[in-house]
Design a protein around this ligand. Structure first.
Ligand code: SF4
Length: 350
């Protein structure tokens, strides 16, 4: 164990000096809605070093609330994409660790591979971690290849972060089935009858019969991240992968009900409205739940037409009861002329 630890994210890095007699640290979870993984690892690490560790969350009522007096170090984690900020105030080092997600922070190996301190969130009954990092793809709109690298690499065995008292597990792998150890991981989940959430979903393009069979075996144990509904997700973001996506999803629905699978459809990025509608209707006709995501909508992205597409598609009742053109006629008729008759056949939808 060294006197200096290094923290870094995709924007910056900093060093923490642990050479002090005042071995008190305050950890603060600014805004995580689920257990904050880096803070749980830091808590374990500092407790191993013999430090007094305080922890509280500014928003999460499931967290403990322990304040330490006069800490020499304060580490606060928030989810927004900012540099690491280090401030020194009256002998206290204050570090803000921020990344595009709380999980984007890179920790020293000795901290990264420590078992998280789940006691910080006593009401959360799940374990959480990565079995792999990176992704085999380079989707141009995605930060993962830049931040985590390409291709996928093995990161941790599940046993490294699974608390055996937990029957639930959240895996944050970016491309679970691209992991070199996907089979070992899914067998572990199956044998231990764990309730599973794969937060980033799966990549339909690489699905094999064997992968689908394994998903079928654990289908009753697959959940969304709140463990409130049986839901797995995947995406069809780039139109040119149509053949691979349709092949994978056709295979998958032999083993899992497509009604329990959300397929994200990115629009207003590089596709035409005809391609958007083709994706939505192809997925709908296969029995899947298409969910239109407008690119950069929170920063002003999207057009009135793609926003209308999202409003129509993401409302199951509307999707099942009327065509997109019928919906436009009722809501914003001037947009109808922008929906040209597509070259592909979309059945009754036009
Ligand atoms: S497959 Fe997903 S994680 Fe991988 S680069 Fe594409 S969007 Fe990112």
């Amino acid at each position: 164990m060294s006197d200096v630890i290094h923290l870094s994210n995709d924007i910056g890095n900093c060093e923490l000096n642990l050479n002090t007699d005042n071995k008190r640290i305050q950890l603060i979870d600014h805004d995580s809605v689920i257990s904050n993984l880096p803070l749980m690892k830091l808590s374990s690490y500092f407790k191993q070093l013999g430090w007094e560790v305080g922890f509280y969350s500014e928003i999460n009522p499931d967290a403990i609330s322990v304040h330490v007096d006069n800490p020499s170090l304060i580490i606060r984690s928030s989810v927004f994409n900012k540099p690491l900020i280090k401030t020194n105030l009256s002998g206290t080092q204050i570090i803000d660790i921020c990344s595009s997600t709380d999980f984007g922070i890179w920790l020293n190996d000795e901290i990264e591979h420590i078992r998280p301190d789940y006691s910080l969130y006593p009401k959360n009954d799940y374990s959480i971690g990565y079995t792999s990092r990176g992704c085999i793809r380079r989707c141009p709109f995605c930060v993962v290849p830049k931040k985590e690298g390409n291709p996928v690499r093995q990161w941790s065995d599940i046993t490294e972060f699974h608390n055996t008292e937990h029957k639930k597990i959240i895996l944050m792998d970016n491309n679970f089935f691209a992991s070199p150890k996907w089979l070992e991981n899914i067998k572990y989940i199956y044998i231990n009858r764990l309730e599973l959430c794969i937060t980033q979903g799966i990549d339909a393009r690489i699905l094999t019969e064997e992968m689908c069979q394994w998903l079928g075996r654990i289908k009753k144990h697959i959940w969304n991240y709140t463990f409130t509904s049986h839901m797995l997700s995947t995406a069809w973001d780039l139109y040119e992968f149509k053949d691979q996506v349709v092949r994978g999803l056709t295979l998958l629905r032999e083993h899992l009900s497509p009604a329990n699978i959300m397929v994200y459809v990115l629009v207003s990025y590089n596709t035409t409205i005809e391609q958007d509608l083709d994706r939505v209707m192809t997925l709908h006709n296969l029995g899947y739940k298409p969910y239109v995501m407008v690119y950069n909508v929170s920063s002003g992205g999207g057009t009135p037409l793609t926003k209308a597409l999202s409003a129509w598609c993401n409302n199951k009742q509307l999707l099942n009861s009327c065509t997109f053109v019928e919906y436009l006629k009722e809501t914003d008729a001037k947009l109808v002329s922008q929906v040209e008759k597509p070259k592909v056949t979309l059945g009754k939808w036009f």
